[in-house]
Design a protein around this ligand. Structure first.
Ligand SMILES: Nc1ncnc2c1ncn2[C@@H]1O[C@H](COP(=O)(O)OP(=O)(O)O)[C@@H](O)[C@H]1O
Ligand SMILES: [Mg+2]
Length: 179
């Protein structure tokens, strides 16, 4: 089946892959970007050094730590919109208030919430190498998470299963591949 995009989909299409640390955002987002030939950015890379140091030491970020980070991601999205480029960017975006910052004045943004049972995420994070987010932050991440509300643009997909299977499920949920 060819990957024919639906004609009613926004152009450019900006997908923010959201979810708790270890839910599979990076894996899904790179899979989508590669499959569709879209621009890709890792939201974590936009954190100022002070935020990274905090997370490394196992301290949760405060909202005041997050606003400038979200604005930086938003500027990257705006640049893609201005260039007419579809894109996928990871950002935990756990709270609605954070998502509202990303969406404000950016009509092409929609969310892909990647989810898995806590035990699955904990197991993955235990085995993940070279990442600054320690497994001990998972409970606070899950407590902070506000799932997508009905009036927010986006879809939720489980990341249980093989990465390619998960990617294909996401493409279908986004209307970017026939089901
Ligand atoms: N579908 C999957 N099956 C098995 N392991 C996965 C799957 N998706 C992601 N992982 C692994 O789980 C860990 C967390 O995934 P990652 O994409 O880095 O999550 P996030 O970006 O949300 O923190 C990584 O080590 C990754 O390789
Ligand atoms: Mg990641």
């Amino acid at each position: 089946m060819p990957d024919t995009p639906r004609e009613d989909l926004p152009t450019p299409d900006i997908i923010v892959v959201m979810g708790v640390s270890g839910s599979g955002k990076t894996t899904v987002a790179t899979g989508i970007a590669t499959a569709l030939g879209w621009q890709f950015a890792e939201g974590d890379d936009f954190h100022p050094e002070a935020n990274v140091a905090k997370m490394r030491s196992g301290q949760p970020l405060t909202d005041d730590d997050r606003w400038p980070w979200l604005e930086t991601i938003g500027r990257w999205i705006s640049a893609r919109e201005a260039a007419g480029e579809s894109a996928v960017v990871t950002c935990s975006a756990l709270r609605r208030a954070y998502r509202d910052v990303l969406r404000r004045d950016r009509p092409h943004v929609r969310f892909l919430h990647v989810e898995a049972p806590g035990a699955v995420i904990a197991d993955r994070v235990e085995h993940r190498a070279g990442h600054y987010m320690p497994p001990s932050l998972l409970p606070s991440q899950l407590a902070t998470l506000e799932p997508l509300a009905p009036d927010e643009p986006g879809v939720s997909v489980t990341t249980e299963g093989e990465p390619t299977e998960v990617r294909d499920r996401c493409l279908i949920a986004l209307g970017r591949r026939a089901g």
